[in-house]
Design a protein around this ligand. Sequence first.
Ligand code: MF3
Ligand code: CO
Length: 267
Amino acid sequence: MVYTKSEEQVGLMKEAALLVSKTLTEVAKMIKPGITTLDIDQFCMEFVKDHQATLSFYNYHGYPHNICASVNDVVVHGFPNKTALKEGDLVSIDLGVILNGWHGDHAYTFILGEVAPELLKLVKVTKESLYKGIEKAIVNNRVGDIGFAVQEHTEKKNGYGVVRELVGHGLGTELHEDPQVPNYGRRGTGMKLVENLVLAIEPMINLGTHKVFTEEDGWTVKTQDGKVSVHFEHDVCVKKNEALILSDFSIIEAAEKANINLNSSYY
Ligand code: MF3
Ligand code: CO
């Protein structure tokens, strides 16, 4: 069942998405070698609760934490833990909130300090591929057009692995609504996109093989070859000429540029 939203509901969803962006902006300020993903989890939990919202991942199908913190070869659904982050780590923070009954769900990959140029390129290309997908989120296009655009930019043009097992999704009063939004596919296939359909588009792109496995905890998804993976996610509303992006990377990017602990050549 596909649920489109009224203009008013889209406005409420923008507030939820923006609360996630604001929280990730605070993460961009605090993240540095030495802090742990459990510190980040605790901070996010308090920040979200202080803004009259609840955390949507906690206990979702039994998920045992507030956020997902996926470091290096962890693709998604990493458990926050007490290991100190270190220079050179790539850390995806994925956060979901419910504000006034509406979900916001997005993710951003942070780079700690100097990292190898090939990893910087993976981060850059993955973020670019998200925007290539978003460009296709317009009325009368099809879901397959989004995945095709992501896959072209990452797999075909740059030889990266596009994770198949996990996909983007519709978003609304539920965290996961129809349709599924794969990061691969064929042009002109899949559901036709309609105005005010809200999608979470989330490329998960591996430096090496696209193959992944799930650890014995039942959640942590890792690359099979142990190479790094990057994940960016935006909440997007389908419109006629240009998709409306509800979440906001610009405030996160400004904060990461100002964070001297993230002084990589990337920024
Ligand atoms: N952004 C992820 C997703 O849409 C996060 C889900 S984590 C979970 O699937 F714990 F809530 F499952
Ligand atoms: Co999502």
